[in-house]
Design a protein. Structure first.
Length: 72
């Protein structure tokens, strides 16, 4: 019996919705960090990128909530 790589097992064992939610949460945290670093260093571009990352994460999370509502 062949051995699956760890990533293959991870995606088979963990529902994709959960993986997507974790990625969205990570993107939100990364955006908050970028925004904070941008504010701390007076880097307006980095601060704006952080806000954009957070907004994208919020939209994705809203999409996940809609999918969850129809799945249940």
């Amino acid at each position: 019996m062949p051995i699956d790589p760890p990533i293959g097992r991870l995606t088979q064992e963990v529902p994709m919705g959960l993986v997507d939610k974790a990625k969205n949460a990570a993107e939100d945290v990364a955006g908050k960090v970028k925004e904070a670093v941008g504010k701390g260093t007076d880097d307006e571009q980095l601060e704006a990128e952080g806000k954009v990352d957070q907004a994208k994460s919020d939209l994705k999370q809203a999409g996940e909530k809609v999918k969850d509502a129809f799945d249940h």
